[in-house]
Design a protein around this ligand. Structure first.
Ligand code: ADE
Length: 234
C-alpha cells in the first residue's frame, strides 16, 4: 500500500493503462479485461487488474493534470513495479488537418512546466515516447483501419487558457494537440527507465471550436483502449 494506492504487492500488473477519468478505468476494465477486480479506490481513484488475451493488465485512473498523474505514475512504477504505462485520453486539436475523433500518438510533449521541472533545474528535458511502444501502436491502429497522427503535442497546466499567442505559436511549430498529462508521464518513465506512450483521441478543436458529443467520446475511448493493448503486447 502507498499513500495514494491501496493495493497489495502483486495487485498491479507490469502493464498499466491510464485514462484520466477513474470511471473510464472501470468502464474499460469491465469491457476489455477478463476477471477484472478493483485494486484501488483511495480518494475515488479507481484501479482494476485483470487479463487481456491472457496478459495481466491494470487500468488505473491518472486524474486530470500533470500533478495528479505524477503521483500515480511514481507510485505505480516505484512501489508496484509497473514497467509499461500507456496514457489513454482526449486532446484538443491544434492543426487544421487533425480532425475530431482522429487518433494521435504523442512522440514528444512540450510544456511550460511539469512537476519534474524543478528537479531538473535549468535543464530543458525533452520527454519522448518509448519507440517500441510507439511503433507497435502505429501497427495496432493501422490494423484497425485507423491512420494515426504521430508527432509532438503540448502538455498544458491550464485548461482555460487565455494566451492565444502561445496557442498560435504552438500551432505554427507543428504541435498536433493539447492535453494535460503526457510531458510528465514521459519524464517520470524516463527517470525510472520504463516504457511510456500516450494514445489520444481528438475531443475538441482549438481552431474550429468543434467538439465531440459524449456518445462518440465513449466509442473513441474504446478504440484507444484497443490500440493501447495492441501496442503493449504487439
Ligand atoms: N483535453 C481535451 N481537450 C483539451 C483542451 N482543449 N485543452 C486541454 N486539455 C484537453
Amino acid at each position: 500500500m502507498t499513500i495514494h494506492i491501496g493495493a497489495e504487492p502483486g495487485d498491479i500488473a507490469p502493464t498499466v493503462l491510464m485514462p484520466g477519468d477513474p470511471k473510464r478505468a472501470e468502464w474499460a476494465a469491465q469491457r476489455f479485461l477478463d476477471n477484472a477486480r478493483q485494486v484501488n479506490a483511495v480518494r475515488g481513484m479507481s484501479g482494476y487488474t485483470g487479463t487481456w488475451q491472457g496478459h495481466p493488465v491494470t487500468i488505473h485512473g491518472s486524474g486530470m493534470g500533470m500533478a495528479s498523474l505524477s503521483i500515480y505514475a511514481n507510485e505505480l512504477i516505484r512501489d508496484f513495479g509497473a514497467t509499461t504505462l500507456i496514457r489513454i485520453g482526449s486532446c484538443g486539436a491544434m492543426q487544421h488537418d487533425v480532425k475530431l475523433r482522429d487518433v494521435i500518438l504523442a512522440m514528444t510533449a512540450s510544456s511550460i512546466s511539469t512537476p519534474s521541472s524543478n528537479m531538473l533545474r535549468e535543464l530543458n528535458f525533452a520527454p519522448c515516447a518509448d519507440w517500441g511502444l510507439l511503433r507497435a501502436a502505429v501497427h495496432a491502429a493501422e490494423a484497425k483501419g485507423s491512420t494515426p497522427h504521430v508527432g509532438g503535442i503540448y502538455s498544458s497546466d491550464t485548461f482555460y487558457d487565455e494566451r492565444a499567442d502561445l496557442t498560435e505559436a504552438l500551432t505554427r511549430h507543428g504541435a498536433l494537440a493539447v492535453e494535460m498529462e503526457t510531458a510528465e508521464l514521459y519524464t517520470v518513465a524516463a527517470r525510472y527507465g520504463v516504457r511510456a506512450l500516450a494514445v489520444l483521441t481528438v475531443s475538441d478543436h482549438l481552431i474550429t471550436g468543434a467538439a465531440l458529443d459524449s456518445g462518440v467520446r465513449e466509442s473513441s475511448f474504446g478504440e484507444m483502449v484497443e490500440i493501447a493493448l495492441g501496442a503493449a503486447f504487439g
